[in-house]
Design a protein around this ligand. Structure first.
Ligand code: C2E
Ligand code: CA
Ligand code: CA
Length: 566
């Protein structure tokens, strides 16, 4: 077969091939070029034919490949196969996979057949895979994996140069609410805006990454001073100064909490530093929004303890291990005129735990809702059963924590409990702290009015410890104030405390609230409170909180509680 005929046949074969087919002579000159060169490389085949193949390759064709390639041009059985870029007519590059397939030996032509396959799509996919491996697709910030690599790299740099660097965990405050209120699409937009704001707030060599959900991580490669730390915190805060637009002309004010850990003090590797920054963040969140905490090794112990209590609480709730104890309130002659239900956690060994050991955790974790409703239910049942047994219908008070009081369906739930237990709602009193009311004042007043409409009374717990004053209090539908134990403790010898206590009683009476003194422990205190016309007393002087059976016996005895030690 003559070379012409051979070429004609060959052209026919390659006409429809999508790969660029070349015949290369032993010196690298292109003897023949298939038509796909036009679509893939932007050259007419004639423009390529006669040219040196090496003049057509892109930057990535290295000397090693070149040597391999050259030796294949004269090899009996070419085996060359490699990926490299070709330079296109417009100067851009096309990644190809080249394979030498056959060796032609003909009187007129000696050379190899080389096919170039366009692998730009695979390349893109690879790049995309690489992108997803190291970047968060939503915010386009580096993801946790890539952040961890950066931190580890910084560990070795910092170690060599004796540097300190910081890792910050940053969490948006109440982001869940954004998602709940505006939907996750808006939530995602907000995250993107926050990512952008953080990115532009920090220096270029600070790394900002999204860790997951509404959590971000940042790395500050070289911390020089205490002021530098303050500056970093200020910059993180600055990212939240401008409200974030969420469409339809609406804007959202967001804030964030932060925790920071430092190399080398707070961790020797990325895992430890990230974990400790998160621990500090967790503590920052616990102590209110918009704050920051620097890691402190003691935090870990605290958190572990809390998490233990939290998980124990979960189980105890399932087993209904909470019950009310009752502490009587007495009048000036010691007669029981009321009682307060105080929750106790009954342990499997029969002992009880006081609220100081768990109420805080329950409040923060939200468990208080279920514990609280258990106590309301049980207290109402007991009150109803005491009435049914003919015992005096004294008022029974129930504590509502701020979070409980904030529950949307609180009044509905209480109404249902009143109905199912048959308790007389006029016997019920709810104790709420000032801060519980002030968190959402209008809503609170509405709820207080609803509770009063049921027939229940309202008292302000721990009065005097919050921010509110009598001027505020007069707007609240309240019946009683409970003067906090801290005012009672210094009585009666502390002159200033005596004046304050008597002012509180006077003003409460002016507004026609009655006053209960909390934590009365001595006869002297009692005697003084009597002179300033305090209405009721509650405290260890008369009785500690006691289990239901014991309280029932006290009620049945009907006698005045003689001050213990009197
Ligand atoms: P609180 O409402 O101020 O309750 C008064 C606390 O003072 C009770 O502590 C009571 O035992 C204690 N106390 C009473 N008299 C004296 C005294 O003379 N001396 C001393 N040192 N202490 C006295 P307790 O039972 O440990 O409760 C602590 C707090 O836990 C309560 O403070 C209340 O805020 C909360 N709590 C208790 N039960 C419940 C509940 O069922 N629901 C909710 N939400 N919170 C509760
Ligand atoms: Ca109380
Ligand atoms: Ca109190």
């Amino acid at each position: 077969m003559s070379i012409r005929r051979y070429e004609a046949l060959f052209k026919g074969l390659v006409q429809h091939a999508s790969d660029v087919v070349l015949i290369l002579e032993s010196d690298g000159r292109v003897r023949f070029c298939g038509p796909s060169a036009r679509s893939l490389l932007g050259y007419a085949p004639e423009e390529i034919e006669g040219r040196d193949f090496f003049s057509l390759v892109g930057e990535g064709f290295d000397t090693e490949q070149r040597a391999m390639f050259s030796s294949n041009l004269v090899a009996e059985h070419p085996t060359f196969m490699a990926g490299f870029p070709m330079r296109k007519a417009d100067g851009t590059e096309l990644p190809v996979e080249a394979a030498a397939s056959n060796y032609l030996r003909n009187p007129e032509i000696v050379g190899v057949i080389m096919t170039l396959r366009d692998v730009s799509r695979q390349k893109k996919a690879e790049e995309r895979a690489l992108f997803y491996e190291y970047f968060d697709p939503l915010t386009r910030l580096p993801n946790r994996e890539s952040f961890v690599r950066d931190v580890d790299r910084n560990v070795s740099i910092a170690m060599n140069r004796g540097r300190v660097f910081g890792v910050m965990a940053l969490g948006l405050d109440r982001f869940k609410m954004v998602n709940d209120m505006y939907g996750t699409k808006t939530g995602d937009e907000v995250l993107k805006s926050v990512a952008g704001a953080l990115r532009s707030s920090f220096r270029n060599d600070d790394v900002v990454s999204r860790y997951r959900g509404d959590k971000f991580l940042a790395l500050f490669p070289d911390i020089k001073s205490q002021d530098h730390i303050k500056e970093i915190i200020a910059k993180a805060r600055a990212a939240f100064i401008d409200p974030i637009p969420i469409g339809l002309g609406q804007k959202l004010n967001l804030s964030a909490s932060m925790g920071v850990a430092f190399f080398p003090n707070d961790g020797k590797d990325a895992a430890e530093l990230v974990r400790n920054a998160e621990t500090a963040l967790y503590m920052a969140k616990e102590s209110g929004r918009d704050g920051y905490r620097l890691f402190d090794a003691r935090l870990n112990g605290e958190i572990i303890e809390r998490q233990r209590i939290e998980s124990d609480l979960g189980q105890a709730i399932g087993e209904r291990r909470f019950e009310p104890f009752f502490q009587p309130k007495v009048d000036r002659s010691g007669f029981i005129v009321g009682a307060e239900a105080l929750v106790r956690w009954r342990m499997p060994n029969g002992e009880t735990k006081n609220p100081s050991e768990f109420i805080d955790v329950a409040e923060r974790s939200g468990n208080i809702d279920r514990i609280g409703s258990m106590i309301i239910m049980k207290t109402c049942e007991l009150a109803a059963s005491w009435s049914a047994a003919g015992l005096p219908d004294i008022p029974i008070s129930i504590n509502l924590s701020p979070r409980q009081f904030g529950q949307e369906f609180l009044v509905d739930d209480i109404t249902a409990i009143i109905e199912s237990t048959g308790v007389d709602p006029r016997r019920l009193e709810f104790e709420i702290t000032e801060s519980g009311i002030m968190t959402n004042e209008r809503e609170s007043i509405r709820k207080l009015l609803e509770l009063k409409a049921l027939g229940a009374a309202i008292s302000i717990d721990d009065f005097g410890t919050g921010y509110s004053s009598f001027s505020k209090l007069k707007d609240y539908p309240v019946d009683t104030v409970k003067m906090d134990k801290s005012f009672i403790d210094p009585l009666p010898h502390d002159k200033k405390a005596s004046i304050i206590a008597s002012a509180i009683v006077d003003m409460a009476h002016t507004l026609s609230f009655s006053v209960v003194a909390e934590g009365v422990e001595t006869l002297d205190q009692m005697a003084f409170l009597d002179t300033i016309f305090c209405d009721q007393y509650q405290g260890y002087l008369f009785s500690r909180p006691v289990p239901q059976d014991e309280f029932r016996r006290m009620l049945a005895a009907g006698a005045a509680l003689l001050p213990s030690g009197a």
